[in-house]
Design a protein around this ligand. Structure first.
Ligand code: SF4
Length: 190
């Protein structure tokens, strides 16, 4: 199954807090410092194969993470600070070249679903200046009712989307019970 950003449901997940003009004027995301290289996006097998067909000459590499594939970032040579960039980010046009089938992490960024001490959490990257300015209780509501349910639904299909908590993200919500309850309900149905 491909995780895409095409459906109206997915497209409007972050509309309450992040508008397209914010992203167009920012140019921060899709680039990573040495500490958050581990957050490079994870692709499904289908999306990875499609990307390799679309960019046959670009030497794009992936490393396998469970049943998913993490794209290998490129070092930004023209910057003094150590930084990395997604190889399908078009620096001139300031846009994702695979937007149509960009992976889950990019659909939900700056929100993550993470595991910490056997708990599953919705967290927020410190890197998005727009979302970081939003009121925390508003962000928790968003995590509870909009972005969280979508992330939980996808994490049930691909548990490898739940990454280890590394301390570089703000904890918003514990969703362990929601994930577990639904898993139990599914198990009962089987
Ligand atoms: S896949 Fe697209 S949106 Fe995701 S990090 Fe790469 S360039 Fe950015």
């Amino acid at each position: 199954m491909t995780i895409r950003a095409k459906s109206p449901h997915e497209r409007h997940l972050l509309d309450d807090v992040l508008k397209s003009h914010h992203c167009m004027n920012c140019r921060l995301c899709c680039k990573y410092g040495p500490d958050d290289k581990v957050d490079a996006p994870l692709f499904t097998l289908e999306a990875k194969d499609r990307l390799l067909v679309d960019f046959p000459d670009r030497n794009i590499e992936f490393r396998q993470v469970g049943i998913l594939w993490q794209i290998v970032l490129k070092r930004l040579e023209d910057e003094l600070k150590e930084r990395y960039i997604c190889p399908v980010y078009d620096k001139k046009a300031c846009q994702c070249e695979v937007y149509e089938y960009r992976p889950f992490d990019c659909v939900t960024w700056p929100f993550y679903i993470m595991r910490k001490d056997k708990r599953v959490l919705i967290t927020l990257s410190f890197d998005c200046p727009v979302v970081m300015r939003a009121n925390t209780s508003f962000l928790i509501e968003l995590a509870k009712f909009k972005i969280g349910p979508f992330m939980i639904e996808q994490a049930r299909i691909h548990p490898d989307l739940i990454t280890e908590y590394h301390g570089h993200a703000k904890i918003l919500l514990d969703v362990t019970d929601k994930l577990t309850n639904q898993n139990q309900t599914n198990a009962q149905k089987v």
